[in-house]
Write a protein that binds this ligand. Structure first.
Ligand code: ADP
Length: 294
């Protein structure tokens, strides 16, 4: 089982001619409300990849429908708590030039309690994993608890907070970062420097670094595994990282080796970038198998 401690957001998307200006009131003809949050997206990817995933988070009880949606996609939501605070959400203005402007309200995502974390992790068994992103509270507390119980910790520090991340790295069994997050941790804007310095700076850490269409690297001490990205016509890269993480962890938990797991995850995220949207763009395990066979 993988316990994914993460955000659940409602993304309110308005397509507009231009961003609302100070003092302006603008009507929007188009409106979509989509399930989002890195946490929820990664739970969906894990479930679609065939993993047994229990989502740990919090929402306001008026949004029960969100849990029904996650359950329909194969995610166990029995460990999601209800909070008096509004469900996390984003108000997204999208222009015809495909620029976006976003208000994010963390809301219930930051209302996890130590009691909830303790109760959840008391069910965990050896061989289980805890996955965290950086969109919920109690990150360090949850990792310490997991470590004390012998449960492995995977961490995707997104959005990046370098101070927090450096502080908790000793509690992490597998770190998963994209190019920008990796560069932030090294303190450079150069990817070549990052690739050279990362294993030197963190020799005891297992890390997966996803580099968009340049593929993906795994470092652990002297060990390096790299897999090329698949060549596809990308239309929307939203959710690529979340899809990668879900499929990669699911494959690793099933006992595949790092090359196999990362190849499968690259295929899944390649399919994702050819489709619009985030959660809805995540392929099924069957689609990934077909893609790899061709
Ligand atoms: P994030 O979405 O977190 O920024 P990346 O951009 O590194 O993460 O993407 C994650 C993975 O998705 C990459 O390792 C790669 O396998 C795949 N991917 C992303 N962009 C493309 C692309 N344009 N073409 C093919 N695969 C892609």
């Amino acid at each position: 089982t993988i316990y994914n401690v993460g955000s659940i957001n409602l993304d309110h998307v308005y397509q507009l001619d231009h961003f609302v200006r100070p003092g302006e009131t603008m009507a929007s003809d188009s409106y979509q409300c989509l399930l989002g949050g890195k946490g929820a997206n990664q739970s969906v990817a894990l479930a679609k990849a065939g993993a047994e995933v229990k989502h740990v988070g919090a929402i306001h009880p008026s949004n029960q429908a969100v849990l029904d949606q996650l359950q329909a996609l194969g995610v166990d939501t029995s460990l999601v708590a209800f909070s008096d605070v509004a469900t996390g959400h984003a108000i997204i203005q999208l222009t015809k030039q495909a620029e976006n402007s976003i208000i994010l309200y963390q809301g219930a995502n930051h209302q996890l309690t130590e009691l909830q974390v303790d109760e959840v992790l008391s069910q965990a068994q050896s061989g289980d994993w805890v996955l965290l992103q950086n969109e919920t509270n109690l990150i360090e507390y949850t990792m310490r608890k997991a470590q004390s119980l012998g449960v492995k910790v995977a961490f995707n520090p997104a959005p990046m907070d370098a101070t927090l991340t450096q502080k908790v790295l000793g509690l992490v069994d597998l770190l998963i970062v994209n190019e920008v997050e990796a560069m932030d941790l090294i303190g450079t804007t150069d990817i070549e420097t990052t690739l050279a310095e990362f294993p030197k700076k963190y020799p005891d850490l297992a890390v997966i670094m996803t580099l968009g269409k340049a593929g993906v690297y795994y470092f652990y001490g002297e060990e390096v595994v790299s897999v090329k990205a698949f060549s596809v016509d990308a239309v929307d890269t939203t959710g690529a990282g979340d899809t990668f993480i879900g499929f990669c962890l699911s494959a690793l938990m099933k006992g595949e080796d790092m090359t196999q797991a990362m190849t499968r995850a690259c295929a899944a995220s390649a399919i994702c970038v050819t489709r619009l949207g985030a959660a809805s763009a995540i392929p099924t395990q069957h689609e990934v198998t077909e893609f790899l066979a061709n």
